[in-house]
Design a protein around this ligand. Structure first.
Ligand SMILES: [Mn+2]
Length: 427
């Protein structure tokens, strides 16, 4: 299905007067605080968050999966789904491909479809955490870290293939997440597992095209519960430093132990110029992969505070990080969930842009802890939604993406077109 721009414009018309009134009110308030609203709107209008190709279907747990119907049956339909999101919110103009779940059979047609919908190819993701039917060696006991060289070689070769696919589509980065680790004490010689992983990554690194980057993702536990080879940002940073300039760390919000101060990790990586990518989700316990901002919007805001600060004072020349939503949609319509996540990201970003950084710096220099907190919370407690709507109004997309998605009964149309029993590849 395709959305007709006029349909969106018609629905927008009903909301525009209400929006104008709230935007004018907020604009006057921001003006008094000396904030340049147009500059802020520009930042919001250019911000794009990648949608991973595996996120368009219903997710599941190891206990079950309850699909809602109308899921995309092919890469083409996945790209079309992202096209719907992008047509609604103007901020989902990137796709992150997962190989081998989504191999582009016909590169030219795939590229043409994506560009006709305003979608570019973001980081490509390799998969050595599952066995594929045609592969010779199993990853049951690891991939890049494996004790056997033939298994490591196979995993390295897979990553090179993923780079080849990415090159053809215009991607410029590879994300590596490894399930490698040990289930029980004694299984791994830690130093060997890590040095094997480094040597394998060095081979992949050497294969990277000149203008490419490699992002090393970390995770403290799961699927291995005794040790993971890359459990934390420190190990990821160690590997990235040893690999070279084109390597950096990838922070996935769910890949931390409870109560970890993720914003501090972000600040440290930005200081070192090694923050390559960012995966958004939310969680209560671990890698819950819930909708962004559904549980801890203040933490998300504090992270964006560091991101904005780091990018505005980019002394380490950290490249613009690759943003992606990495969540699993088990209960909600995946497209609705992705619209909610994108909205939450933009809200946190807009709030972080509102922070009075001069006042914050001055409070810090005087160790005025009370005012430092006030400055942050003044920004966090501002309802920035009229700014998001104004950015969308200027881009001529939906003022209220979710409401338009519902009003146009888009899921119903997708089910009619694709059927109610379609199953999408992915998590
Ligand atoms: Mn991730």
């Amino acid at each position: 299905m395709k959305i007709d721009k006029d349909q969106i414009a018609d629905i927008n018309k009903k909301d525009i007067d209400g929006h104008r009134a709230s935007f004018d009110f907020l604009n006057r308030h921001l003006d008094k605080r000396g904030i340049d609203t147009d500059r802020l709107l520009n930042s919001l209008m250019t911000f794009q968050v990648a949608i991973p190709s595996w996120a368009l279907g219903t997710g599941g747990t190891r206990f079950g999966r309850f699909p809602g119907g109308g899921e995309p049956r092919s890469l083409k339909e996945k790209i079309e789904d992202i096209g719907l999101l992008h047509a609604l919110n103007g901020s989902s103009g990137r796709i992150s491909l997962h190989i081998p779940w989504d191999i582009p059979e016909d590169v030219q047609t795939t590229s043409e479809l994506a560009s006709s919908l305003g979608i570019a190819f973001d980081a490509v993701n390799s998969n050595t955490f599952q066995d594929q039917p045609e592969q010779e060696h199993s990853y049951k006991f690891g991939s890049l870290c494996h004790v056997r060289k033939d298994v490591r070689d196979q995993a390295v070769a897979h990553n090179k293939t993923v780079i080849d696919y990415g090159k053809q589509l215009g991607s410029r980065s590879l994300t590596v997440w490894l399930a490698d680790g040990s289930g029980f004490p004694g299984q791994h010689h830690f130093k060997t597992a890590l040095s094997n992983t480094l040597a394998s990554l060095q081979e992949i690194y050497a294969y990277l095209p000149r203008d490419w980057s490699i992002f090393i993702e970390y995770k403290p536990y799961e699927p291995n519960f005794y040790s993971m080879v890359i459990p934390d940002w420190g190990t990821s940073h160690l590997l990235a430093s040893k690999l070279g300039e084109k390597a950096s760390c990838l922070v996935d919000l769910g890949h931390h132990l409870p109560n970890t101060n993720i914003e501090q990790i972000v600040a440290t990586l930005l200081m070192e110029g090694r923050l390559g990518g960012f995966h958004f989700n939310d969680s209560k316990y671990g890698d819950d992969d819930l909708t962004v901002g559904s549980l801890k919007p203040y933490q998300l805001f504090l992270i964006f505070n560091e991101l904005v600060d780091g990018m505005e004072n980019n002394t380490s020349n950290n490249p613009a990080p690759a943003w992606m939503i990495d969540a699993s949609h088990n209960l909600k319509d995946p497209l609705e969930d992705l619209l909610q996540s994108t909205e939450a990201i933009l809200i946190a970003y807009a709030q972080a842009l509102l922070i009075d950084r001069e006042k914050l710096a001055s409070a810090r220099s005087e160790s005025d802890v009370t005012i430092a907190q006030e400055v942050l919370q003044e920004a966090f407690r501002t309802d920035v939604r009229p700014l998001l709507k104004e950015a969308r109004s200027r881009k001529e997309v939906a003022l209220e993406p979710l409401a338009v998605y519902r009003a146009l009964q888009m899921r119903k149309t997708l089910i009619r077109e694709r059927g109610s029993n379609t199953i999408s590849t992915g998590l």
